[in-house]
Design a protein around this ligand. Sequence first.
Ligand code: ARG
Length: 479
Amino acid sequence: MSSNQLDKKSQAWSALFSEPMNELVQRYTASVFFDKRLAAADIEGSLAHAEMLAAQGIIAPEDYAGIQRGMAQIRAEIESGAFKWQLALEDVHLNIEARLTQLAGDAGKRLHTGRSRNDQVATDIRLWLRGEIDLICDLLRQLQGALLDVAEGHVEVILPGLTHLQVAQPVSFAHHLLAYVEMFVRDEQRMQDARRRVNQLPLGSAALAGTTYPLDRERVARTLGMEGVCHNSLDAVSDRDFAIEFTAAASLVMVHISRLSEELILWMNQNFGYIRIADRFTTGSSIMPQKKNPDVPELARGKTGRVTGHLMSLLMLMKAQPLAYNKDNQEDKEPLFDTADTLRDTLRIFVEMIGGQPHPQTGVREGGIAVNAQAMEAAAQKGYATATDLADYLVKKGLPFRDAHETVARAVRMAQEQGCDLAQLPLATLQGFHPGIGQDVYQVLSLRGSLSERHTVGGTAPAQVRSQIARHRRRLQAA
Ligand code: ARG
């Protein structure tokens, strides 16, 4: 950094400063190396502001034309990598404005009329975040679609449903996957809800108190496709609750991803052997030749901590900040950027890892998780998963549920002692527990019988599961 640039910086503020900025302080306070990522949003916001200034007669039409020409060139320079970012110019806003003034002269100097970096940066983050939310919602829908594709082919595949990680009742594998679809639907709704509050315009709030120029803020909001304007200038330049909301919603997505990851990791374990994931999502071991490790779900589980950490950073950043803008807020960007990047990459990988890739001709996805139905079903045969069904059967024969529960517990104990399943006990033995038990009990004790009986809305009966898949498909198609 030349001393010439340092001097320029001290003069960027005004003649008020008697010495150039300390070099370490300059690096400490600069944000350009991360906030240059907001350049496209910054230019979009500036053009909307300039258009309005011209429409209101605050700047001349020629000035607006000069600003447009200059910004087009700056955009091209940034895209090609030719743009010279300068630390001495602190942030993305001052870098772009300085270059605009080089290119457009006084027109460039007029752009900042009725504006401050405080309302400018708040606008930029919102524009950028709005785009990220749209990408993330699209990925969340793709992930729902991938889960539905796998579910559709495995409605009749049965695995042991667990509570406390112990065998509880048999469930359809599709039903299990649909549980995650529900989570990702709510995640998408949370993102959409946060978007409404992100998509409000701070510009026109100026530094903190509004401005003396006759701005048309609604016009700028319309140009930028925003839903409305922020109604209090102090609030608009200072609060970052919209970023916190997004990061909270992102943390929940990651928490859901981490739950799914944990299950994928278990299911891949040799003692389960329920699924395989494609080799391109696993890694080997440098010492154990037989290993294929589920690094992707493990990392996703780990990155959940990282994103949740960003949520804590942003909450603490905002805590106890007095009105209005404070430089603390410059620290909002890195956690926010990293949250969006981590979430996007994770979702992209999961869409393909679960659902595979669409076939170039048919569009049908292939190469997603491979399901070992026999292994799942064999596991469901262990652990007396249909004991509740037997209790329900006895209730239908007139026994109070508590008594039925006790009776079945005794039957399970006997089966355990004999090292067999309930369905392997002879009818006469079962009748010893209750005389009302008939031959039809074996259907009740079967995995398929158990499943098909659970046809309450949201239950695991195959007919229910199919109708839930159809409902989700209609919803995704309508979107
Ligand atoms: N780089 C700053 C930020 O990210 C822009 C706003 C600076 N405003 C100020 N008054 N220093 O928050």
